[in-house]
Design a protein around this ligand. Structure first.
Ligand code: FAD
Length: 307
C-alpha cells in the first residue's frame, strides 16, 4: 500500500506529493488531468516569485517538480469511491482498480458553474473570466459585467469597481441575494449599475474578443444589449466531491470540511485546495494547503501503528 495516496493533480495535489515524497515515504498521485484548472488558465501573475507565466507552462512545471521525486504518478485516473477500513483506506477508480493507502489526501479541486449561453465558451479567456482576483487587473479602465448577484458576484463587482471603468451587475432574480452589508457597499459605488430580472442570453464578440452581453428583461420580455469588454461569471464554484457524498463530512456547498491541519472527518484522510472549506480559491493557497495536508498526513502516520 501507499503511505500517502493523493487524489487530484492540481497545485494542491502536486505540492502534497512533493512534501510527502521528501519524507521518504511511499507516495502516489492519481488524477484525471494533471495540472487541474491551471491547464485552462491563460496568464498567471499572482503566484509570488513567478512574475508572469502561462497556465499550461505552470502545469508542466508542477509535473516536472513531482517527477523529480520518487512518486508513483497515475494520470487519467478518475476516483469514484473512498472506503475507510479499520486499517487501510481504499480508493476505487473508475477503471475498476482499487488503490490502498495508510493515508489519503483528497485534492480534487472545483469547477466554475457556467451560464451555458452562446459565446461563453468561445470567448473564455478572451473576455469571459471567472476569477476577479486573477483577471481583474486585465480589465483596468474597461467596462465589464458580473453575472450573479450572490455574495461572490457582489464581492466581485465591488472589487472590480476599484479597477475597471464601469461594472454592470446582472442578476436573474428580482433581488440580489448577497449579504445586506455588501449590497449597501455596492449601492454606494458610482460606477456600478445593477440590472435585476435579467436573463443572460448571449456573450457577444467580434470573433476575437468579447464586445458585449445580451440579456432578456424578464419583466418586459425585451432583449437588451450592453457594450463591454469583459464578463465575469460568478454563479458558483462547484467542488469535485460528488463521489465522496456519504463517506466524509461535506459543507452545505459540498466542500470537504477540514481542520487546521487538513484532517477530514475520517481519520487518515486529509484534503487540500479548492475541494475543501479552505477559503479563497487560488493557486498559491491550494499549493500551501497541499503542503499542509501532506505534513498533516505524515504526522498522522508517525503517530499510528508501526511503519
Ligand atoms: P484543481 O486545480 O481543480 O485540480 C484538481 C485535480 O483533481 C485535477 O487534476 C483534476 O483532474 C483532479 N480530479 C478531479 N476529480 C477527480 C476524481 N474524481 N478522481 C481523480 N482526479 C480528479 N488562481 C490563481 O491563483 N491565479 C490565477 O491567475 C488563476 N486563474 C484562473 C483562471 C481560470 C480560468 C480558472 C478556472 C481558475 C483560475 N485560478 C487562478 C484558480 C486556480 O486555478 C485554482 O484555485 C487552483 O487550481 C486549485 O487547485 P487545486 O489543486 O485545489 O484544484
Amino acid at each position: 500500500p501507499f503511505d500517502v495516496l493523493i487524489v487530484g493533480g492540481g497545485p494542491a495535489g502536486a505540492a502534497a506529493a512533493v512534501y510527502a515524497a521528501r519524507k521518504g515515504i511511499r507516495t502516489g498521485i492519481a488524477s484525471e488531468r494533471f495540472g487541474g484548472q491551471v491547464l485552462d488558465t491563460l496568464g498567471i501573475e499572482n503566484f509570488v516569485s513567478v512574475k508572469e507565466t502561462e497556465g499550461p507552462k505552470f502545469a508542466l512545471a508542477l509535473e516536472e517538480h513531482v517527477r523529480h521525486y520518487d512518486v508513483d504518478i497515475m494520470n487519467l485516473q478518475r476516483a469514484k469511491a473512498l472506503k475507510a477500513g479499520s486499517d487501510l483506506i481504499e480508493i476505487e477508480l473508475e477503471n475498476g482498480a482499487a488503490l490502498k493507502a495508510r493515508s489519503v489526501i483528497l485534492s480534487t479541486g472545483a469547477r466554475w458553474r457556467q451560464v451555458g449561453v452562446p459565446g461563453e465558451a468561445e470567448y473564455r479567456n478572451k473576455g469571459v473570466a471567472y476569477c476577479p482576483h486573477c483577471d481583474g487587473p486585465l480589465f483596468k479602465g474597461k467596462r465589464v459585467a458580473v453575472i450573479g448577484g450572490g455574495n461572490s458576484g457582489v464581492e466581485a463587482a465591488i472589487d472590480l469597481a476599484g479597477i475597471v471603468a464601469h461594472v454592470t451587475l446582472i442578476e436573474f432574480a428580482d433581488q440580489l441575494r448577497a449579504d445586506a452589508v455588501l449590497q449597501r457597499k455596492l449601492a454606494s459605488l458610482p460606477n456600478v449599475t445593477t440590472i435585476l430580472n435579467a436573463q443572460t442570453t448571449e456573450v457577444t464578440g467580434d470573433g476575437q474578443k468579447v464586445n458585449g452581453l445580451r440579456y432578456k428583461d424578464r419583466v418586459s420580455g425585451e432583449q437588451q444589449h450592453v457594450e463591454l469588454e469583459g464578463v465575469f461569471v460568478q454563479i458558483g464554484l462547484v467542488p469535485n466531491t460528488e463521489w465522496l457524498k456519504g463517506t466524509l463530512e461535506l459543507s452545505r456547498h459540498g466542500e470537504i470540511v477540514v481542520d487546521a491541519k487538513g484532517q477530514t472527518s475520517v481519520p487518515g484522510v486529509f484534503a487540500a485546495g479548492d475541494a475543501t472549506t479552505t477559503p479563497y480559491k487560488q493557486i498559491i493557497i491550494a499549493a500551501g494547503d497541499g503542503a499542509k495536508a501532506a505534513l498533516g498526513a505524515f504526522d498522522h502516520l508517525i503517530r499510528s501503528s508501526a511503519p
